[in-house]
Design a protein around this ligand. Structure first.
Ligand SMILES: Cc1ncc(COP(=O)(O)O)c(C=O)c1O
Length: 414
């Protein structure tokens, strides 16, 4: 069984700061292995990739390419299906620009859900504006779980894309993306799965899910900031559905002027979508992060976070806090990831988070970039979010529950 106390030793920030860090859905901390890999790159073989014959450049190029392979291995993809971008948000925008502009037209429909992060709504909204397409929003039930009947009612032959999150970054609800992919494909639609909150925390197999696009961010999975991933399935690539609209040096094989005309030959994927000098250090750091996650085991990490979530709900019950705490989404620990959003009575979420901070606990407050979901579930002022990762301990959950109890006692036991 995963032992977070041993894992914590690899995270310098956790040793140096007396903090209970429960904002992992926003960004994770980095282990020393990742920090060292980046340091080593800059200290010993920094060079631009794909452009030099000297050994420094060769080594940097090899590791940059190797990183595509390692990331592909994590999600059971082929390395040619992996495009490095800045983050999940850029990945979705790249899918919108390179696929959406080519394949979505007036009258077409794009399905999103109420539980999406704004990053999986706004790019599609922009595309719909540009193309004269229509966005349809699939509802959730009162617990924040996807309303499948509503999805089945709204999807049609007009639907060109279903854009859906794998795990809600507010409620931790896990969508059955394999089943939803089946429904999308039955209607001739493509599907993009926002895996920003799943790939870092559980085994994800793109072949099993069958999705056409998958995106995630390095910084939420022990890697550096500034590196993210867009997976584009071989089927989409082979079907010639991608236009390399973002292009330039590095994303081209030949540029020639012959007979007064410009002739351009593009390289194969993923290089045609990675123009310019990429985030080489980021890719190397991400590769190290993936190796770390694989060594610990994604199933172990998932089980650990589920244990912590269950423990939180048990403690809240034991301490009789149920009457003061309002959970956003399912009121039980089952079938959800290690993300718990809540409010305390009528308290403003920011005020609650500030009080928790004064007790050494780092949580997030506000809408967590998911305002529609908060409004749908009756939390118009947002919520406080605690999110767990592999280095969090049961003791930290005790600290959180104790801190909530202190706030409740001060405020309501007069
Ligand atoms: C579900 C989900 N999608 C997308 C994003 C955007 O990630 P990034 O800010 O790394 O682009 C986040 C970040 O919180 C997220 O939780």
């Amino acid at each position: 069984m995963l032992n977070p106390r041993i894992i914590r030793r690899d995270f310098p920030i956790l040793a140096e700061n007396n903090i209970v860090y429960l904002d992992n859905a926003a960004t994770s901390q980095r282990p020393i292995q990742v920090i060292r890999a980046i340091e080593e790159f800059y200290k010993t073989y920094n060079a631009n990739i794909h452009r030099g014959l000297y050994w420094l450049s060769q080594k940097a190029s090899e590791l940059y390419e190797e990183s595509h392979r390692v990331v592909a291995g994590l999600i059971n993809a082929d390395w040619r299906e992996i495009v490095f971008v800045k983050n999940a948000t850029e990945a979705i925008n790249l899918a919108m620009i390179s696929w959406g502009l080519k394949n979505v037209g007036p009258g077409d429909e794009i399905l999103v859900t109420v539980m999406e992060h704004h990053s999986n709504i706004l790019p599609w909204y922009t595309l719909a504006e540009i193309r004269g397409a229509r966005i349809r929003v699939v509802d959730v039930d009162d617990e924040g779980r996807l309303d499948k009947a509503d999805l089945e009612q709204k999807i049609s032959r007009r639907t060109k894309l279903v854009a859906i999150t794998h795990v809600s970054n507010v409620t931790g609800v896990v969508n059955d993306v394999e089943e939803i992919t089946g429904i999308a494909h039955d209607h001739g639609a493509r599907i993009l799965v926002d895996a920003a909150q799943s790939v870092p925390h559980m085994p994800v197999d793109v072949k099993k899910i069958g999705a056409d696009f998958i995106c995630f961010s390095g910084h939420k999975m022990l890697g550096p900031t500034g590196i993210g991933v867009l997976y584009i399935s071989e089927d989409v690539i082979e079907n010639n559905e991608i236009d390399p609209v973002i292009s330039g040096g590095g994303a081209v094989k030949q540029v020639r002027i012959s007979g007064g005309r410009l002739r351009v030959e593009r390289p194969r994927h993923p290089w045609s979508l990675e123009p310019g000098t990429p985030n080489i250090a980021g890719a190397i750091g991400l590769m190290e992060a993936v190796k770390y996650l694989e060594k610990v085991g994604l199933r172990e990490i998932m089980d650990h976070e589920r244990r912590l979530t269950k423990y939180f709900f048990e403690k809240i019950g034991e301490e009789d806090l149920d009457q003061y705490i309002r959970i956003v989404g399912p009121k039980n620990p089952w079938g959800r990831a290690g993300i718990i959003s809540f409010t305390l009575g009528e308290m403003d979420p920011h005020a609650t988070a500030a009080l928790l901070d004064s007790m050494g606990i780092a949580v997030r407050s506000g809408y967590h970039c998911a305002q529609p979901l908060h409004e749908r579930l009756g939390f118009p002022r947002g919520s406080v979010r605690a999110s767990f990762y592999l280095y969090n301990t049961a003791w930290e959950i005790d600290m959180l529950v104790q801190a909530i109890k202190n706030i409740v006692q001060k405020r309501w036991s007069r």
